[in-house]
Ligand binder design. Structure first.
Ligand SMILES: Nc1ncnc2c1ncn2[C@@H]1O[C@H](COP(=O)(O)OP(=O)(O)O)[C@@H](O)[C@H]1O
Ligand code: SF4
Ligand SMILES: [Mg+2]
Length: 318
């Protein structure tokens, strides 16, 4: 049967060598994405969200201990590809990334127009002048005034720099863009503007997004589906409407309760305790130490259940 998924990830693992042992940053993650879908990934710091993004795009540091699993893009297995083929066909061509803190990592000595044009020259063999024209088109699309192309990053506001970073990821018109916390460090209004921009791009360019964010409230309007990560694993996957109406996993519920709400008087709750170490993580449910609902079985066996397309890794929902 022909593959209808844009992306299918199976048992993806990315482990790092560290001083004290092996960090299991991404530990057996599986999920699928449809074309033109926006998946929002949430979870506390250190849960493996950025490592997951890097694993999908094969952007690996030198201290990798294990990198395994299957990644299918439009049904084509990409893990088996040689690096050269992967560079030519996949990364920045079909899938791109707006890395965490991208707006602060723009090249300070290049004009931003040249930075956005570069992938067109490198990956698509464009002539410089044509690539610059394409870059200007992308600036228009993301709401950066075209004459800003001649400016340097330090001459732009945070919001404008983030738009430039997004233009850079879009310029090759990929089918999937992973954005790693694109709104953190921006003020509330700018955050909302960036979310609206992503919504518009999704409609106009039929792009799919994986949006990694702390900003659960503003991202809820863009999200088609929500993925919750905890301690290197996915603990809940659910369509956005049902998720925001009531997440099932106790960790998801705690995350939702920690979101500050503008118009309500309910105080946000903090999640007590810390996620477990990813060097020798617990064998049972990884959230057990912090879970108010835990019972005996929880720390003995790892749970995983899927019902009507909704995955919940919790014994309460067996
Ligand atoms: N290159 C690396 N080497 C060793 N450990 C790493 C490396 N990158 C990330 N980690 C560790 O992997 C875990 C997951 O990190 P990360 O993916 O950045 O989480 P998140 O993006 O959810 O905050 C953390 O414990 C982090 O310290
Ligand atoms: S499996 Fe047990 S400890 Fe884990 S989230 Fe569910 S109830 Fe809590
Ligand atoms: Mg991160």
């Amino acid at each position: 049967m022909a593959e209808t998924n844009l992306l299918r990830v199976e048992d993806l693992k990315l482990y790092f060598k560290a001083g004290k042992g092996v960090v299991q940053a991404v530990d057996g993650v599986s999920f699928t994405m449809k074309p033109n879908e926006a998946v929002v990934v949430i979870g506390e710091s250190g849960c493996g969200k950025s490592s997951f993004a890097k694993a999908v795009l094969r952007l690996l540091p030198r201290n990798v201990a294990e990198y395994s699993g299957k990644i299918y893009l439009n049904g084509v297995e990409t893990m088996e590809m040689e690096d050269e083929e992967y560079r030519q066909k996949i990364r920045w061509v079909k899938m791109s990334l707006v890395p965490q803190a991208a707006m602060n990592s723009l090249n300070p000595v290049l004009r931003v127009g040249d930075q956005v044009a570069e992938p067109m020259v490198v990956h698509h063999g464009f002539k410089k002048a044509d690539a610059l024209n394409q870059a200007r088109e992308m600036f228009k699309r993301v709401g950066v005034p075209v004459d800003f192309a001649d400016r340097y990053a330090f001459e732009l506001s945070g919001g404008m720099r983030q738009r430039v970073a997004i233009a850079m990821s879009l310029v090759t018109v990929p089918e999937l863009i992973i954005l790693d916390e694109p709104t953190s460090a921006l003020d509330l209004l700018t955050q909302a503007n960036i979310m609206n921009l992503l919504k518009r791009i999704k409609q106009e360019m039929a792009t799919s997004f994986v949006l990694i964010t702390h900003d659960i409230a503003t991202s809820s309007e863009l999200a088609d589906r929500v993925v919750v990560m905890y301690a290197g694993q996915i603990v809940e996957v659910c369509d956005a409407r049902r998720f925001f109406a009531g997440p099932l996993h106790p960790y998801s519920a705690k995350l939702m309760a920690s979101v500050p709400r503008l118009r309500e008087t309910i105080e946000p709750e903090y999640i007590t305790g810390q996620p477990p170490s990813l060097i020798n993580p617990p064998t049972g449910c990884r959230f057990a130490d912090r879970c108010p609902m835990r019972f005996e079985k929880c720390s003995q066996e790892p749970p995983t259940f899927e019902k009507e397309g909704r995955l919940v890794k919790c014994w309460l929902h067996e």
